[in-house]
Ligand binder design. Structure first.
Ligand SMILES: Cc1cc2nc3c(=O)[nH]c(=O)nc-3n(C[C@H](O)[C@H](O)[C@H](O)COP(=O)(O)O)c2cc1C
Length: 352
């Protein structure tokens, strides 16, 4: 399976960086040469990730911008690996705390009380860390900033093939209208509480036949689900009307086919644009549910690992609700999956 996995990975990337480290970095492999890289577009995507009702103070501190340090020359990709860097603006204040040098050792900002809903407990046992900051720094959703930058590059490739995307927040708490959603967030904030929500991402103008029915790990719904499910705090992913599939009968669920001017057309899109693990030419519709932010001003009960006593969880500045930002991250993740499939389909070393 290993060899096959590599064969079907054309658009690959790795990211690195800590929440309060010097910078976040990504190396993208597989970009064809000749694609116009619009840095303003990438920066605007980063800005979108930082916005949204209910974000914490950190968003005022940060104004993320990308630096491209390889793989692009005079505005176009060269076919070489593309390296993206986002500097952390408040790293200055954390230089000693995040130092790579042993002589800088400090316990400042270290903590030992597990935060429920975070990676602290399992991560510290798995990697044998006493200071839970060693887990927090990488498990933090800060890393999604560089993923949004990678996703923006993927979106530029998709745009070249006419594929566009948009997203919509469907629900926050019990609120479904914008005003209700904002009220829900205001109430949660004043109660020291947090909220999650549900959003929808749509990719339009997708060609038929991305993904494949022939192996489980080439099915595009599976690949998209993995890409979205692994975003911090995402707890459910569905396609089209998938979330209602238990209660709708076959007659109403499946998208019947008709002929118009000799072409097969659909009048519904319950499947969300995917049948048999392949795109069917209808818009791809993905819905995802984000859990409430786990770091809370009214802290949750937990255990302190240093002396094994019960206590309350560590609080570090945090969002009340980050569903809008999360939807931008989900767009980016799906864009990367689609960029990979597009490169597999059109299999070209350069773009004219
Ligand atoms: C855009 C975005 C922003 C987030 N902001 C916060 C935050 O400010 N505070 C927090 O505790 N969790 C935040 N989270 C969620 C946590 O990172 C996540 O719940 C945690 O890493 C545990 O992962 P899991 O929920 O997938 O199990 C955010 C997630 C996303 C996608």
């Amino acid at each position: 399976m290993g060899d096959m996995a590599v064969m079907f990975e054309k658009f690959r990337f790795l990211t690195s960086g800590e929440s309060h480290g010097k910078c976040l970095t990504a190396i993208i492999e597989g970009m064809p040469a000749g694609l116009d890289i619009d840095i303003d577009f990438i920066n605007n995507e980063l800005k979108r990730r930082q916005q949204g009702y209910g974000r914490g103070e950190r968003m005022q501190l940060e104004s993320d911008t990308v630096e491209i340090t390889s793989g692009v020359r005079f505005g176009k990709t060269t076919g070489s690996p593309v390296t993206l860097v986002i500097n952390n603006n408040d790293h200055e204040n954390w230089q000693k705390i995040m130092s790579v040098y042993p002589q800088d050792y400090t316990v400042e900002k270290s903590f030992t009380a597990y935060r429920p809903g975070h990676a602290d407990y399992a991560g510290s046992i798995k990697y044998n860390h006493k200071d839970l900051r060693n887990v927090l720094e990488r498990s933090s959703a800060r890393s999604t900033a560089i993923e949004v930058a990678v996703g923006a590059v993927a979106k530029l490739l998709l745009k070249h093939y006419g594929i566009n995307c948009n997203s919509k927040i469907l629900q926050i708490g019990h609120g479904k209208t914008e005003e209700e959603m904002h009220n829900e967030i205001d109430n949660a904030k004043s109660n020291g509480d947090t909220l999650g929500g549900k959003f929808e991402i749509i990719f339009d103008n997708v060609p038929v036949g991305l993904g494949s029915h022939v192996h489980w790990d080439r099915k595009i719904d599976g690949r998209i689900a993995q890409a979205v499910m692994s975003i911090p705090a995402i707890k459910a992913v569905s396609f089209g009307d998938g979330e209602y599939a238990a209660e709708i009968s076959g007659k109403d669920f499946h998208d019947e086919m008709f002929l118009e001017n000799g072409k097969v057309v659909r009048r519904t899109n319950h499947a969300g644009g995917i049948e048999g693990g392949m795109t069917n030419g209808e818009p791809i519709v993905v819905k995802a549910v984000m859990k409430p932010i786990p770091t809370m001003r009214t802290p949750l009960n937990t255990v302190d690992s240093s002396n094994m006593t019960e206590t309350t969880a560590h609080f570090e500045r945090s969002d009340t609700c980050a569903v809008e930002a999360c939807s931008v991250v989900a767009e980016a993740r799906i864009a990367c999956v689609l960029a990979n499939e597009i490169l597999l389909k059109y299999n070209s070393d350069y773009i004219e």
